[in-house]
Design a protein around this ligand. Structure first.
Ligand code: FAD
Length: 471
């Protein structure tokens, strides 16, 4: 998350430092799935091209046992330029982000550990340790993207509430034959426990499965083959092993994501089951939600309420992610024969209900995330996508007012007068829409309404903007 935040700071022309206690980036492939909303976010931040080039595209999910296909669902969400999941190993994602950061003139400070920090009037001072030496730095804000064991979270005394799932899991990245299509993700419930098969390419897969005991060291190819023989669709073979690991799963989250000028994002604030592949995606969206607010605050244009809205908006989303991944884990996870029987009948039935399929796709794609109920949003707070937002230069610290192309002169004049009240903060754009829509710098709707009611709608927008930002 720190790498993405650093990239965003660089793109926005902010001064920043990004530190990492290790000597380099991790070589582990960990998170694989990059969902459509994350691709849209990468597009808005000017990063999407390498992910589109490298990612293996998945647009189908199949529930399969050894003998039969229980159900198959298209993963093709509508209304997005990216109706698929891009499978990119996390070490590759990190390499792309480091390369892009360098291209933008930035550098990660490796072998530098965060030790502690204190907030003062208007700034934060932090103690770092670099190769045995203590260093003091000051900044207007500090963001802890320091993972599940976050020192920043501990410093803020934020309880990490939740628990641990029973049972242990194994993960393996393996070479395979080509029996299964590369564009399909396979979820395989079985009486031995579940197996999930994520396609990294036509001949490489990530396997995640429950195991009865965690052995010493990493799972061997023999064990992986045993699991495959028990649970995978017939004919599928694991031929070579690249990386494997045992792990246990926790589901935990904080109740708030900042104290004063110190924030946390990513695994520092929430961890959950990997079934659903939401961890990294959710963390990236924490950062996306936060960075425009920090930018306005750093330049003296953001209100306290704007900064407070980070926790208010992200905590409900995170709870939703934990619930979704919990349901998937429960549905996949139990071995009892009753549960098996229910799964065999319920999964095929549900997958034929289009509302279920739509909900499943919308949830996992993260396109359905909305900030309704936020103190800085009026209405549903839904995602807004328009090609004019993409490319890296088109949305940064400005709100956008979208006006219907066919709006009459009086509406256009009112909209222009509204824009002139916030000269550095608001841009007017015309689009094929029937609504006046105020879009935040992260591509979510702040407020909207019928153009025919423009006086009232623009007044609401004015009130909303004056509460959170000044030009
Ligand atoms: C096996 C596995 C599979 C996964 N699969 C998926 C998936 O398919 N999809 C998905 O979305 N997510 C997945 N995840 C989750 C995903 O990897 C994490 O959500 C993501 O890495 C979180 O990123 P982060 O930057 O918040 O934390 P991390 O990746 O943990 O990064 C934190 C960084 O901070 C550094 N650090 C820690 N403390 C300090 C300190 N005091 N000073 C300086 N530096 C410090 C660490 O060295 C580390 O590099 C998976 C995770 C695992 C383990």
């Amino acid at each position: 998350m720190g790498l993405f935040l650093a990239n965003e700071c660089a793109r926005r022309g902010m001064r920043y430092r990004v530190i990492e206690m290790r000597a380099g980036q991790s070589e582990y492939s960990k998170a694989l799935a990059i969902f459509p909303r994350t691709l849209e976010v990468f597009n808005m931040s000017g990063l999407v091209q390498p992910f589109l080039r490298i990612g293996n595209r998945v647009d189908s999910v199949a529930f399969m046992t050894r003998e039969e296909t229980l159900a198959r669902m298209a993963f093709e969400p509508e209304g997005t330029p990216y109706p698929f999941v891009a499978m990119v190993p996390q070490d590759v994602t990190e390499k792309i982000l480091v390369a892009e950061l360098r291209r933008r003139g930035g550098e990660v400070e490796y072998e530098t550990t965060f030790i502690s920090a204190a907030e003062h009037d208007g700034y934060v001072s932090a103690t770092l340790e670099r190769r045995g030496e203590r260093v003091q730095v000051t900044a207007k804000f500090l963001v802890g993207c320091d993972g599940a064991h976050s020192a920043v979270r501990h410093l803020l005394h934020l309880p990490f509430e939740g628990g641990q799932y029973d049972g242990a899991f194994m993960l393996a990245d393996v070479d395979t034959n080509e029996v299964l299509p590369a564009n399909e993700l396979h979820l395989c419930p079985s009486e031995f426990g579940p197996l999930a098969i994520f396609p990294m390419s036509a001949t490489r897969r990530r396997l995640v499965a429950t195991v009865d005991v965690m052995g010493d060291g990493a799972p061997s190819l023999e064990l992986v083959r045993e699991v495959v023989a028990q649970r995978a669709p017939a004919g599928f073979e694991a031929q070579g092993l690249h990386w494997s690991s045992y792990f246990r799963i926790h589901h935990r989250h904080v109740g708030r994501m900042h104290v004063g000028r110190i924030f946390i994002a990513g695994d520092a604030a929430h961890i959950h089951s990997p079934f659903g592949g939401q961890g990294m995606n959710t963390g990236l969206q924490d950062v996306w939600n936060l960075c425009w607010k920090l930018q306005l605050a750093v330049s003296g244009r953001g209100s306290q309420e704007l900064l407070e809205s980070y926790s208010a908006e992200r905590c409900p989303v995170i709870k939703g992610v934990i619930e979704t991944t919990h349901r998937i884990t429960q549905a996949m996870g139990t071995k009892s024969s009753l549960a098996q029987a229910i799964r065999r009948t319920v999964i095929p039935l549900l997958s034929h209900v289009s509302a279920f399929e739509r909900g499943f796709v919308e949830n996992l794609s993260e396109l359905g995330i909305a900030y309704s109920g936020s103190p800085i949003v009026e209405g549903g707070g839904a995602r807004f996508w328009d090609d004019s937002l993409g490319g890296g230069q088109n949305i940064k610290d400005r709100f956008l007012l979208f006006v219907p192309l066919d709006a009459n002169d009086s509406i256009r004049k009112r909209a222009a007068a509204f824009r002139d009240s916030f000269p550095d903060l608001l841009e007017l754009r015309y689009a094929r829409t029937v609504h006046l829509t105020l879009v935040r710098p992260d591509g979510y709707t702040a407020c909207g309404g019928k153009a025919s009611d423009s006086a009232r709608v623009l007044e609401s927008m004015y009130q909303l903007m004056t509460r959170q930002a000044r030009s």
